[in-house]
Design a protein around this ligand. Structure first.
Ligand code: ADP
Length: 368
């Protein structure tokens, strides 16, 4: 028998693509690379989706149709190639498989209260009943050991399932590790980029964090290689940006926001926290002094189209509690402690909203 294309297309018209119920010829799934060589037929089937779940069964059905409608002696088995129009998505390997949400706390410049916010946020989330881990990744000025009052602590190693793991220090309901436990605070170490990234990666992967609802990462200030490495390898849920209302801080915060939302990094900014928003002296509780300018963070949040998660005033007790190793959030009967609790609730709400939206988008994608 002489084989010719129409004969083959007629046979293939009997095969339906289960995703749409239409035949594979009129759906345009046969690529124009059909080859006939004696009684050997070969061609490519094109699928829209990467890893199309029907691909293998459609190939089998096409082989069978040719054998049934043209002849049992046709050499077709193994000659149909598969092509996916959509590139397969790279598999994100979860480094912390038992962690539900990873939040990066970021500031464009130092001294704006990023560590104060990280510690109080972590403690507030724990007080709300969540399992929380906190990594102090601020290689330039690790302050968590002091803020948690554990400067002399040394995290121990333990054998977990045959692997030697660092055990985070646990205090105020939070599991915490700091790069500060491994360097002498009086002997500032100048970290080179790769050295710092490796040390930090070890604190993440060689530590036993266990099951966590939130893993908070207090990043070093500014933008650099360390940020990119950490952010890109970790599968971060979102970033929280801390800034003061001052113009110089806002400019750096804006740069940071762009780093996260850049298409290569693609980490959503969950929201912005304006710290040191105003000062109210204890003796004049009605007065607000806008030392670093008024509402700068609020305006930047609007400009970036992200939620303003909170405005936190300058309060002497916030500084005192931090210095004394017991962040103010440990005492939620104080005004500032309650303010951090509200901030934590807002962060949880933002993440819940995002997760709901993502689930809804996935459903729509699957329907289509
Ligand atoms: P960063 O991590 O951005 O370098 P820190 O959290 O270490 O900043 O804060 C710098 C200093 O400012 C610390 O002494 C801290 O106690 C103090 N501080 C931060 N936020 C406040 C605030 N809202 N009120 C009073 N002091 C604050």
């Amino acid at each position: 028998m002489t084989l010719y294309p129409k004969l083959i297309f007629d046979a293939l018209e009997h095969v339906r693509y289960p995703g749409t119920g239409k035949d594979i010829v009129s759906s345009g799934m046969i690529k124009d690379d059909l080859r006939i060589d004696g009684n050997k037929i070969s061609f490519t089937l094109v699928f829209e989706k990467a890893n199309d779940p029907f691909a293998k069964s459609v190939v089998k059905a096409a082989e069978q149709a040719i054998l049934t409608y043209i002849g049992e002696d046709i050499d077709i088995k193994g000659n149909i190639s598969i092509e996916m129009k959509e590139a397969p998505k790279p598999k994100v390997v979860s480094i912390l498989p038992e962690v539900k949400n990873i939040i990066a706390v970021f500031s464009g410049k130092g001294g704006v209260g990023k560590s104060t916010v990280s510690s109080n946020l972590a403690i507030s989330l724990a007080a709300l009943g969540y399992k929380v881990g906190l990594l102090d990744a601020d290689i330039h000025g690790p302050s968590m050991p002091k803020m948690f009052g554990v400067e002399d602590a040394r995290p121990e190693m333990e054998d977990i399932d045959g692997k030697q793991c660092l055990i985070p220090i646990e205090k105020y309901g939070v599991k915490m590790l700091s790069i500060g436990f491994f360097v002498d605070p009086n002997n500032a170490l100048v970290w080179r980029g790769s050295m710092a990234s490796n040390a930090l990666k070890q604190l993440i992967t060689d530590a036993y964090w266990g099951e966590l609802d939130f893993f908070i990462m207090d990043l070093p200030p500014g933008t650099g290689d360390i940020h990119l490495t950490l952010v890109q390898t970790l599968g971060i849920t979102g970033a929280v940006i801390v800034t003061t209302p001052q113009d110089v801080a806002l400019a750096d915060a804006r740069k940071g926001a762009n780093m996260f939302t850049n298409e290569k990094v693609n980490v959503p900014v969950l929201g912005l926290i304006e710290n040191m928003a105003w000062f109210t002296p204890a003796e004049l509780p009605e007065n607000k002094y806008y030392i670093f300018g008024k509402d700068g963070g609020k305006r930047l949040a609007a400009e970036l189209n992200v939620p303003l998660l909170g405005q936190i005033p300058i309060v002497q007790s916030i500084r005192e509690h931090g210095d004394a190793g017991r962040p103010i959030a440990c005492d939620d009967d104080t005004v500032s402690g309650a303010a951090f609790r509200q901030l934590a609730i807002k962060v949880v709400e933002c993440i819940d909203d995002r997760n709901r939206n993502q689930a809804a988008t996935k459903k729509v994608e699957m329907k289509n």
